[in-house]
Design a protein around this ligand. Structure first.
Ligand SMILES: NC(=O)c1ccc[n+]([C@@H]2O[C@H](COP(=O)([O-])OP(=O)(O)OC[C@H]3O[C@@H](n4cnc5c(N)ncnc54)[C@H](OP(=O)(O)O)[C@@H]3O)[C@@H](O)[C@H]2O)c1
Length: 283
């Protein structure tokens, strides 16, 4: 059995690879730029080139792959449907796709369409419908936390169901370890509590030992600041879109799927902040 981990250099893919490694499950890691990945991660991983916009990369990436951890990146001109067809043709036996919580109510987003494509493909699948990643705080929210001691997102006062991507990786691994049990299932994976960003800022303040605030910017203020900081407009719009349901109070649903699947409690945000505290060290 060999798993192909797509999005290895991203938040979920990296943790999926780490989890598979820990469990001794063979895997290969996909990236658009193998040289860059080797420079960054060394020779510990077996890298293959994969670009969803370049069908010429599909067959070699899928060579001798039985199981596929699949993520959908932002980007233009992705040939995702062709990639799925090639995966089926090359004998992939199980696809575990990272999707988003409440996707069934969001027919206008990519994940809705992608779940449908995968369901219709005729290959066993597991959908992991994830809550809001804690690791967004050390990823696209990191710069404002480091430079201005603030969480800067247009999420209003809404609560969101934070999840640690390490917990998602655990469920992804389980889906491959026991494919029969998890095929044709959709799991909603969240942490145990929904929090607003004021509460997250308070917890960061306590654990990091310096004041971090949530300034609750309006969408307009957020957009103007990000664009004037040179952030790409398409990306700014994606971030606004991600936080829109939270702003409307629609993101606070909690699921018990993680505990039922693993027998463990989901990771608390306090533990996440402790583990990642070096990420927010001041400049
Ligand atoms: N952030 C959240 O709170 C949240 C919540 C629920 C669900 N999700 C979903 O979770 C999924 C995984 O997100 P993530 O945060 O782990 O990703 P991420 O950290 O944003 O990383 C993006 C990854 O996509 C890869 N990539 C970009 N363009 C590509 C292309 N054309 N072909 C192949 N690979 C490409 C990149 O790899 P290279 O640059 O190495 O090629 C990178 O590894 C996304 O679909 C997201 O919508 C996110």
């Amino acid at each position: 059995m060999t798993v192909l981990v797509t999005g290895f250099t991203g938040k979920v893919g990296y943790e999926v690879a780490g989890n598979l490694k820990k469990k001794g499950i063979p895997f290969k890691c996909a990236t658009r730029n193998v040289k860059k990945a080797i420079d960054r991660y060394g020779d510990d991983y077996d890298f293959v080139q994969l670009d969803f916009a370049e069908p010429a990369t599909f067959a070699s990436a899928l060579h001798v792959v039985d199981q596929l951890f699949l993520m959908y990146p932002p980007g233009e001109n992705l040939r995702f449907e062709e990639f799925l067809a090639e995966a089926k043709q090359m004998g992939v036996q199980h696809i575990t796709y990272i999707s988003i919580k409440d996707v069934q109510f969001l027919p206008f987003i990519h994940h809705f369409k992608n779940e449908k494509l995968i369901r219709n493909l005729g290959v066993p699948y597991t959908f992991i419908r994830a809550g809001y990643f804690m690791q967004n705080l050390n990823d696209f929210l990191c710069r404002e936390i480091k430079e201005r001691q603030r969480i800067f997102v247009p999420a209003g006062k809404g609560k969101t169901s934070f999840v640690d991507v390490r917990d998602l990786a655990e469920v992804v691994s389980l889906s491959f370890q026991d494919s029969e049990q998890h095929r044709y299932k959709a799991y909603t994976v969240t942490g145990a509590e929904a929090l607003d960003f004021f509460e997250v800022a308070d917890k960061m303040t306590t654990i990091l030992g310096r004041p971090i605030s949530y300034t609750n910017p309006s969408t307009k203020e957020f957009k103007e600041h990000m664009l004037s900081s040179g952030i790409d407009k398409a990306f700014v719009n994606v971030v606004i879109g991600i936080h829109f349901p939270t702003r409307l109070g629609l993101a606070k649903g909690i699921s018990t799927d993680y505990e039922e699947l693993t027998g463990m409690k989901p990771t608390k945000i306090e533990k996440y902040i402790e583990d990642y505290q070096n990420a927010w060290n001041q400049l």
